[in-house]
Design a protein around this ligand. Sequence first.
Ligand code: SAJ
Length: 421
Amino acid sequence: MNKNICIIGMGYIGLPTAVALANSGYSVTGVDVDEKIINKLNKGEVYINEPLLDSLVKVAVSNGKLKGTLEPKESDIFIICVQTPINKDKKPDMKYVINAIDSILPYIRKGNIVILESTSPVGTTDEIIKTKVESLGFESGKDVYIAYCPERVLPGNIMKEIYDNNRIIGGVDNNSALKVKEIYESFINGHIYIADSKTAEIVKLIENTYRDVNIAFANEVLKICENLNINAYEVIKYCNKHPRVEILNPGPGVGGHCLPVDPWFLVDQNENLATMIKVARSINDSMPNYVFNKIEEMTKELKEPKKIAILGISYKKNMGDIRESPILKLIDILKNNKYEVSAYDPYVLNCEIVESELDKCIKNSDVLLIGVEHSIFKYLNYKDILKNMKNKLILDTRNILDKKKMETIGFSYKLLVYDKD
Ligand code: SAJ
C-alpha cells in the first residue's frame, strides 16, 4: 500500500490519527494553520503530552511517513480532525469544519475519500461535507466517497484507545462506508461497525452526553446526601454493590473539551426534547459554586485575607490539560470573592497561577483543597504540608485522602459532602 492521506488539524485527535496511519504504511501529510505546531512536527516533536505519542511521532517522521505542512495537497484520502466548539449562546460553532472542507476542495479528485472525524451536529456530513464535495461535480458513492468516523479516545490514554476501541463508520452511502472501513482496518484492533452518517453522528453525541448525565446524577446524589446529613461516597459505594447499579464519582464539576460541549449539540437541534440533558449540564456547571459555598462555610470564622492552596487544576487526573477545568472556574469565583489563591499542579506547565514549588503554594494557607485526583497527591508528605499552613483545613473534592490519617496528622479534614465526625 502506498496511499497518501492528508489530515486537516494536528491537534489531540489529528496527530494521534496521523501517526497511527503513518505507522501502518500510509504516507501522511499533517496540515495545521499553526506554524509552531508544524515546525515542531517536522522535527519529530509534539506539544501534546500523551503516553507513547512522542515516540510514535518520532518514528513516523524519521522514516518519512509523516510530514507537516500549512496547506493541504492532492491526496487519495482526506480526514478532517478540527475542533467544533460552542459559542457564547451554546450553539455549535462549525467554522473550523467549514474552513477545513473549503481548504481541501481545490485538491479533491475523482476516486478520493473524504472523512469527517470532528464531533458534529447531526446532518453535518451530509449537509456540509457531501454538499460541498458534490458541488465539484462528483457523485458520492461513485466518484468520491464520504463518511463520518468519530474518534472515541480518552485523553490520557489516546494512543492505546485509538488502536483498541471499537469504531463506528457512518457513510453517506454504503460504498463510501465500505471504502472508509478499509482505511481504519489498517490499524484498529477493535470492531468496526457500519451505519449511515446521521446515525454515527448522533452515536458520538449520545455517548458523551450519557457520561455527562451520569456524572450529573452522581453530583445530585452528593447534594441530596449532604442535605440529609449522609456521606454520599459511602452511599454510592453501597449502591454500586447492586449488580445493575454503577453510579459515577461526584466532584467539583465536569471539564475537558467534550462533555461540557457535546450535549449542547443535541440541545440545539432538539430544544424542547433534550430537557434532562440541559438540566444535567446545569448541575455539572453548578459544582464549582457548590465547592465555593463549602469553602465559605469552612472559613467563615477566619480572618481575612483567607488563603486557599489548591492541589491540581487540570480538568482530570494525571494529565495537564486545563481546558474547561472546573477548578479554574472555582479559582475565578474565589478571587472575585477576595480569597487569596495559590495552586500547585506538577502536570500543568506554563500557567500563571501555578507555583513551581509545593511549599510556596502551601505557605500560610488556611485551606488545602484537593482539586484533582492526581495519583501523586496521595503520596505527598502531609505532615510537612501541615507545618507550612496557617489554619489546618483540608477540603477533599475528589475523596482521595484518608480522613483518619489526615486527622491524626492534625488536619481538620472535610470531604466535599457532609462529613460525620
Ligand atoms: N468526571 C467526574 N466524575 C466521574 C468521571 C469524570 O466528575 O465519575 C469528570 C472528570 O474529572 C472530567 C470530566 O468529567 O472533568 C470528563 O472526563 P472523562 O474522563 O469522563 O472524559 P473526557 O472528556 O476526557 O473524554 C470523553 C470520553 N467519552 C466517554 O467516556 C463517553 C472519550 O471517550 C471521548 O473520546 C472524549 O470525551 C471526546 O473526545 O469526545
